[in-house]
Design a protein around this ligand. Sequence first.
Ligand code: FES
Length: 253
Amino acid sequence: MRQICKIVKKEFLTPDIVDLRFYSQEIAAACFPGQFVHILCSPAQVLRRPISICDVEGGAVRVLFEVRGGGTEYLSRLEPGDAIDVLGPVGNGFSDVPRGERALFVGGGIGIFPLLMPARRCDKTPSVILGFRDISRVVLVDDFRKLSCNLSVMSDNGSFGERGFVTDKMAEILRRGEADRVYACGPKAMLKAVAELAAQYSLPCEVSMEERMGCGIGACLVCACAVRRANGERDYVHVCKDGPVFDASEVDF
Ligand code: FES
């Protein structure tokens, strides 16, 4: 659905990461974890920016985004009360965690944003691993702390949380048999490592490839993602149209 929505809150979490909430009861009610919205970032732009949905609160939709170019820069300068043109929710999100199963959520960098909503919706306490390059990139940790979850925070250089990679912590959790399925979002190299670890333990694993998106409508082709078909043949899909979430066993990293 397409709606003109009022911004109800905006905050810079770092100099280039913005936490923005807009009001739309209809979009909020229709959102599934892992989906995204297309926001028309300025009247001068034709293309919308695909931005992942972080959470819904009442009738407000919360999105976090990194300022990367003219469109997101314009969006970052809007204030509560301003209106934005939103299309969504769109995309194939994460599947629901089956009742009674223990999910493990693994996020790296800005890939942690779409994991908040599914981690909140588990009936059995999930484990969550968040990874950051260093303390200057740490955001959203307090929101995860408020959830009922076993939270681990890692940074590459140990400047925040534990020193190490998310996969170090993931290996510990899987060794202890504390997860029944895995959901991940982050840089491609991280997703590849997460998918391999999950496969070692024969756990179902879904990965969100959304960091690869550009136009979000199938026009720019930057989001091409290689997959393996059931017959073993290599094929390409669009992250924006066919994802952003895929079964990790299908992705040809
Ligand atoms: Fe441009 Fe998918 S993001 S084709």
